[in-house]
Design a protein around this ligand. Structure first.
Ligand SMILES: O=P(O)(O)OC[C@H]1O[C@](O)(CO)[C@@H](O)[C@@H]1O
Length: 430
């Protein structure tokens, strides 16, 4: 895992950060590292997530999902951190077992998916840390109903991953379903490297130990200086750039297999750092595709953002056939990989040429080890940034208002927030 801050320096970019400023910030990084290590040593809420490479029991996960070894498809029912980590692995890696995610309650999408699936060959993975999330429980009820209509014994095809208490735990106990525990002290968005993110991967036959090995290697590189730890270098640089005006962070991986990783990053960054009027706004982008949609803004729009480029340095390639079509000779005989690599470096340089800050993250390959490394690095970077912003990184109180309002609207209790929904100001043009 390599982090290159070269194009974030003020000799190249504006906003940019000077090497001196990074050295001064490094004193705070040292303090933050001490705080983080104390939190890890005491298994404190949130900080415990950075211990998962050590604490996650992969044998326990494999034996819990063993009854589903015959599954041709795994359907994960969960939302936010209870889906995005597993989806990052599933969409980043190849498997003969297909993986689908119900992480929204769009009736047309849910019906179309359930109509398409062979439910008798599907393992259903219901994931909710709280066990109370409306979208997840509603989708589970719909999936269960569909299985019963298809004469499939849902108790044979379903396992849950949840906390000690809650509706889902009660359901698992009542029907004696295989169940995995969500680890204590690990917020959803930091739970990829636990039962939450790895159960689906285990059913798909991925090497979940290799995921943790990659994460472990990154954990071993956490140190009291940003100049020694890629994770802290990234965390400190994004904080410093935000302080200087780059309030938006466009995560732009150059691999289709990393598109869901950008979604996962968006939750991690937004829900962890978006507090007290602070926090960088994550934006999901994809290279080379978004060179042809977003780049105009990234280069010539307001200087209020940074771009994070991510790429694997090794990947399977595909050659481009020789051609005598006029003007295309430069492509013929080359490969898609070399074209994508040229696009990556050219786009990076184009932003530097217009003074727009950007950072490069590189892994060797998009495989179990590489994904473990990359995601642990971003998790530790996020924890470090949270210390520098002095925000409560591991809570997300602002999401509760909307949940109470929705529950009230659906007759699920008396919530004043539901009343406020009816008081919406309107100025309708039609
Ligand atoms: O795992 P749960 O409790 O169903 O929560 C799902 C997601 O919803 C949130 O609580 C936000 O509403 C996220 O923090 C979490 O990842």
């Amino acid at each position: 895992m390599r982090v290159d801050l070269g194009n974030a320096l003020d000799s190249v970019a504006s906003p940019g950060v000077s090497r001196d400023a990074l050295s001064r910030l490094d004193e705070r990084v040292a303090d933050a590292h001490e705080r983080i290590e104390t939190g890890r040593a005491d298994d404190e809420h949130g900080y415990a997530a950075l211990n998962l490479p050590e604490t996650t029991d992969t044998d326990e996960i494999r034996s819990a999902v063993e009854p589903f070894a015959d599954a041709e498809t795994v359907l994960t029912v969960g939302i936010g951190g209870s889906a995005l980590g597993a989806a990052t692995l599933a969409n980043g890696l190849d498997s003969d077992v297909d993986a689908y995610f119900l992480d929204n309650v769009d009736p047309e999408h849910v019906s179309a998916l359930l109509d398409r699936l062979s439910l008798s060959d599907t393992a259903v993975n219901v994931v909710s840390r709280s066990g109370t999330t409306a979208e997840t429980l509603a989708n589970f009820l719909v999936v269960r109903d569909a299985m019963e209509s298809a004469n499939v014994d849902w108790t044979d095809r379903t396992f849950v991953t949840t906390g000690e208490e809650g509706n889902l735990r009660n359901l698992a106990d009542r029907h004696d379903l295989p169940a995995l525990d969500v680890p204590d002290g690990v917020p959803g968005r930091f739970s990829m490297l636990s039962t939450v993110g790895l159960a689906c991967a285990a059913i798909q036959g991925h090497d979940i130990d290799a995921v943790l090995d990659g994460a472990h290697a990154e954990a071993d590189r956490l140190a009291g200086s940003l100049f020694e730890s890629p994770a802290y270098a990234y965390g400190a640089a994004t904080y410093a750039l935000d302080e200087r005006g780059a309030g938006i962070n466009a995560m732009m991986p150059y691999a289709e297999s990393l598109e869901t990783f950008a979604e996962w990053f968006a939750q991690l960054w937004a829900e962890s750092l978006g507090k007290d009027g602070l926090g960088q706004t994550p934006v999901r982008a994809l290279g080379a595709t978004d060179q042809h949609s977003q780049l105009q803004l990234y280069r010539a729009g307001p200087s209020d953002k940074m771009v994070t480029f991510v790429r694997p340095t090794e990947r399977a390639d595909r050659s481009i056939p020789e051609t005598d079509l006029p003007g295309l000779e430069y492509l013929g005989g080359g490969s898609l990989g070399s074209l994508l690599s040229a696009e990556f470096e050219a786009t990076e340089a184009s932003l530097a040429a217009s003074g727009q800050p950007n950072v490069r993250l590189e892994i060797d390959r998009v495989d179990e080890y590489g994904l473990g490394e990359l995601c642990y690095c971003l998790e530790a970077a996020c924890v470090l940034a949270g210390e520098l912003y002095s925000v409560e990184t591991f809570v997300q109180p602002a999401v509760e208002w909307g949940k109470r309002a929705a529950r009230g609207l659906l007759g699920g209790g008396n919530f004043e927030e539901a009343d406020e929904v009816a008081e919406k100001s309107t100025l309708t043009v039609e």
